[in-house]
Structures are given as C-alpha cells and as structure tokens.
Design a binder for this molecule. Structure first.
Ligand code: OFO
Length: 177
C-alpha cells in the first residue's frame, strides 16, 4: 500500500511541474513573438522537459498503486519586461522548485519511505543542473552589460544551449521557433 502522505505530496509536486511547463511555454511564446528565436527554442524545449518531469512523477504514483491526479494549473503570466527578466524569473522559479523537492524528500524521510526517497534523488540532482544553467545564462547577460550588439550572438547560442536542442533539430521539432 502506497503511503498516503507521500502520494499527496507527490501529487502537489505534479502540479508544480505542470505549472513550470506552462510558465516556460508562456515565456517561449513571448520570446518567439519578440524576435528572440534562440531563447524561444530553449524555452520551448524547457517546457517539454518540465512535462517529462511531471510525467515521471505521475507514472511513479500509479506504478506504486497510488492515484496520480491531473492538476488544475494556474495561468502563467503572458507578458514579460525583457529577455533578461525572463531568465531571472527562471532562476527564481527553479530555486522554488528545489525547495519544493527538498520538502518532498523530507516527507519521504519522515514517513520512512526510502524507496521513494531514492526515486526522488534524480530530481535532487536535476535541480543542481537546472539552477546552474539558469545562473550561467544570467551571468552571461551581466557580462554583456548594455552592449545590445552582443544580444544577437547570445540569442543565437541559446538556440543550441539546451541539451535536447540537437535532437529536436534533427526531428525539426523546435525549428519553427
Ligand atoms: Fe525545472 O525542474 Fe522540474 O523538477
């Protein structure tokens, strides 16, 4: 029998991952329509990756004879101040997700569900990478300062920055961005 408190906590995390996916999709849309096609590619791929994070949790609950619930998701913001602000918001959001994953691990430890704790270590590791990537992008934007001529190169690089970018390009999935 799957632990009910753990099941409930993972269902909450599913909602957060679903929101992450919608938030990054909304950011991708803004970037796409404002001419940042490289950032749009990155953010579309990031939105897909968050959906994968959600599905992984979703299937885990059902595999353990719990019941994964499709969450109601709040509408994310549709307008953003600038591309730099978007990446700052990505970092803030990822920090929030890291805290949430840590809480979830805490519930598993309190409930002595060491199997789920082990499963969640993948997310703990993933958050290190997610935060480091977002911080790296912001650092680069800071280095560019107010030199807008560098923005073209920055955006071009963002189009291939996501680990899934090469694969997606092969399939033509993100090439519309
Ligand atoms: Fe962006 O991280 Fe999901 O878990």
């Amino acid at each position: 029998m799957f632990n009910k408190k753990v099941e409930e906590a993972i269902n909450h995390q599913i909602e957060k991952e679903a929101y992450s996916s919608q938030l990054y999709l909304s950011m991708a849309s803004w970037a796409h329509k404002n001419g940042y096609s490289g950032s749009a590619t990155f953010l579309y791929l990031q939105a897909e990756e968050e959906r994968m994070h959600m599905l992984k949790l979703f299937k885990y609950i059902n595999d353990r004879s719990g019941h994964a619930i499709v969450p109601k998701v709040d509408q994310p913001p549709t307008e953003f101040e600038s591309i730099s602000k978007i990446y700052e918001q990505v970092l803030t959001h990822e920090r929030h997700i890291t805290a949430s994953i840590n809480n979830l691990v805490g519930v598993c430890i309190d409930e002595r569900d060491f199997t789920t704790n082990m499963f969640l270590q993948w997310y703990v590791q993933e958050q290190i990478e997610e935060e480091a990537n977002a911080q790296g992008i912001i650092d680069r934007l800071h280095l560019m300062g107010s030199d807008s001529s560098l923005m073209y190169m920055f955006d071009k690089d963002m189009g291939v920055f996501h680990p899934a970018a090469a694969a997606a390009k092969g399939k033509g999935a993100a090439s519309e961005a």
